[in-house]
Design a protein around this ligand. Structure first.
Ligand SMILES: C[S@@+](CC[C@H](N)C(=O)[O-])C[C@H]1O[C@@H](n2cnc3c(N)ncnc32)[C@H](O)[C@@H]1O
Length: 231
């Protein structure tokens, strides 16, 4: 499958070396959005057109999507459908926010996506334009946010492998705050500064007072771990 794909890509580049892949991706995603009536794919088309620098192919690759579908399903099964406000820290390009808004099972008041990288908020806003009245994206360090003052119903952090001290961050949340956390054992990826070797190690590190879901999702090169519960 991967071999056939690589051959096709090489053929396409050789027959049309000047082809702008972004233009092709834009046409294709816009067409798929129209065919499927999918606002999220329409948002991806806008991101490709307006933010050529965004690494959206990485954020929306099939592994990233699988991990977020898993998060969405387990969240629904363990916590239900209604959330007043959700904060997604380390929210990157806002893919999980868009997937939650796009899922008719959920009734969500608002989602705020916060990321330390100043280059991602505008991309997240474009991706979530369809839900702009209920979506905010801002630049900030998850260690400096006022969780106690704002008291979101759910705090999501699927970037636990990217932060140095998970326990110190969790200690900032008011006791009882509901959280969804993901990490992985992908130690060889250079941007992963705090992977965990197993689900048990992740559970121990997080030290949640209540666990509604704990599970592992094996991928080809690594296993993703998820905890849903309360601090
Ligand atoms: C590669 S991305 C997301 C990976 C994760 N597996 C996912 O798909 O949600 C990790 C993000 O965490 C963000 N990040 C890292 N440290 C952060 C911090 N202290 N506060 C907020 N965002 C942070 C990075 O800027 C980046 O956008």
């Amino acid at each position: 499958m991967a071999e056939a794909y690589n051959t096709c890509i090489m053929d396409a580049t050789q027959t049309n070396p000047g082809a702008d892949w972004r233009e092709t991706a834009f046409d294709l995603t816009r067409g798929i959005a129209a065919y499927c009536g999918c606002s999220l794919v329409g948002g991806l088309a806008k991101v490709i057109a307006r933010h050529p620098q965004a690494d959206v192919g990485n954020a929306f690759n099939h592994k990233q999507v699988a991990c977020k579908l898993w998060a969405r399903d387990k969240l629904f099964e363990s916590c239900g459908s209604r959330f007043g406000s959700i904060w997604i820290v380390g929210g990157w390009y806002g893919v999980l926010a868009a997937m939650l808004f796009d899922d008719p099972r959920f009734d969500i008041g608002a989602i705020e996506s916060i990321d330390i990288d100043p280059g991602v908020a505008e991309v997240a806003k474009t991706l979530n334009e369809r839900w702009k009245e209920r979506f905010r994206a801002s630049t900030g360090d998850m260690y400096t946010l006022d969780y106690a003052g704002s008291r979101p119903d759910l705090v999501v952090n699927t970037s636990c492998e990217h932060i140095a001290d998970l326990r110190a961050w969790l200690a900032l949340l008011p006791p009882g705050t509901r959280v969804l956390l993901q990490s992985n054992d992908y130690f060889s990826e250079p941007t992963h500064i705090a992977c965990v070797p197993s689900l048990q190690a992740f559970e121990k590190l997080a030290g949640l007072t209540e666990i509604a879901f704990a599970g592992a999702l094996p991928m080809k090169k690594y296993t993703r771990f998820m905890l849903i519960g309360r601090v």
